[in-house]
Design a protein around this ligand. Sequence first.
Ligand code: GDP
Ligand code: MG
Length: 632
Amino acid sequence: MTTMESLIGLVNRIQRACTVLGDYGGSDSIFSLWEALPSVAVVGGQSSGKSSVLESIVGRDFLPRGSGIVTRRPLVLQLHKTDEGTQEYAEFLHLSKRRFTDFGMVRKEIQEETDRITGKTKQISPVPIHLSIYSPNVVNLTLIDLPGLTKVAVEGQPESIVEDIENMVRSYVEKPNSIILAISPANQDIATSDAIKLAREVDPTGERTFGVLTKLDLMDKGTNALDVIEGRSYRLQHPWVGVVNRSQADINKNTDMVLARRKEREYFATSPDYGHLANRMGSEYLAKLLSKHLETVIRARIPSILSMINKSIDELESELDHLGRPVAVDAGAQLYTILELCRAFNRIFKEHLDGGRAGGDRIYGVFDNQLPAALRKLPFDRHLSLQNVRKVVSEADGYQPHLIAPEQGYRRLIEGSLSYFRGPAEASVDAVHFVLKELVRKSLAETQELKRFPTLQAEIAAACNEALERFRNESKKTTLRLVDMESSYLTVDFFRRLPQEMENTGNPGNPGKPGSTPAGRPGTTPAPAPAMDRYSEGHFRRIGSNVSSYVGMVSETLRNTIPKAVVHCQVKEANTSLLNHFYIQIGKREAKHLSQLLDEDPALMERRHQCAKRLELYKSARDEIDSVAWIR
Ligand code: GDP
Ligand code: MG
């Protein structure tokens, strides 16, 4: 391949890739590779011969023709030169599986594809149709056929069409990368040429405009276009090229391209007016001229295209880093990813518990405030009121009143009191449970890496809550057991140390602390002792007071042991084995289930997919450019 062919082929490949990405210029403000690449746009009034020029550059009949506005969508035509003797074929980007060898079918498909977007109306659309032609008889070129400029809207067209077409055409040719093929018919005054008018507007210096004069054969006898062709009428940087396309009569007779080209060559060779310019006239010369020019332009653009590509690659890489890399496909790597994500979550959770992040202090709050407050509020003063003490002790003795100390009465009063501790014990377990649950929720939300994977996030949440529930049950069992242990075996020494009571002294001066509660609050007013009492009021008061002190001692013990049990069963477990169960389950999962866990948010996946596709395009473009850039 020569340098020129590889350079233009490179542009062709990059442009096609751009279209696959939906990048055909347009309003997108982000960097568009398309806009950086040169292409040739065909511009001219209706019936000036645009399609004919394109066809003769290609050397094939394939463009829809007819009167009125036929081209209603831009046609991006990429010509690829193939080896001599290979078969010619065409391919549409929107039908990439199908090879057209019948160019009549190509024409039909252009018409149908135009209608698919614009409807059967005479509307226009800026969305291009992409057509590639592979042939030994073309040069590598990208050409864009545009709707012809008109002066008035015809029947069935909206009034705005004149302006719409002009705007669309302008949007193509005003880009600095666009090379303008300005088609003007020689049988009209060049001063009235729509093509030249627009070209002058967007390219005042004429450095990217190629003037093409068609229909030289239709000029009035005795006139010629030398003033235009030799640049005296309208000066351009590039030489004007005159062409002779097939007339309508030729088309009707199905005159083929090969014949048409020969006739064109003969026309110039034998023309008395243009004979001296014969080797600088005609469609073939025009094609070579364009190709040569494209090469120069591309070569000049390569450094800036490369730097734009590199900049885009950097941007895309950093966006992809932000979005997270695609998930691995094999089960081993997926398991690894899941475990990594779990560990990231676990790290944050531990920070909440151990310190570094807020939360762990709330557990201490449960032990330091909630539990003591709940213990203080227990209704011992009611339970150990004189009235109740008398009732419980009397009932415990049955028909035979106690002889020395009311052993049974003491036991019943103590057991009754101790059962009150179950409430605060359970409440502490629950309070810590809710703190832990809240910390799990917070930690999940703070694990950035997990945001991508809502399914995994939900499963981790479920696994954590399940584990916390288990810890809670265990903790409840343990703390309640602590309470039960207190009633199972009383501290004998406590009672042995009590002063022995003298029966029937009824000494009100030594009542202990009558009616006091373990917390030392004033008790209820004792009811006056009925006459039938077997013992004095002071006796019962003393019993109540003794039980109250004992309960106070137990309360003190539980205030210390309940937190130990809770930390042991819940906090420590959460800290060391919150996800253990989950890990075991995950290890047993099948590959299919693993990938389900790594299901991502579809919008995010789509964005990553887009980025990755662009990145791939830019990287391959860079490689391709690198591979041709050094050839001279
Ligand atoms: P478009 O509307 O600009 O695409 O113009 P076409 O290529 O469809 O040409 C319009 C008409 O002019 C067709 O009938 C062509 O055969 C005819 N035509 C185009 N160029 C020439 C030419 O150089 N000589 C002659 N005799 N007819 C031409
Ligand atoms: Mg046309």
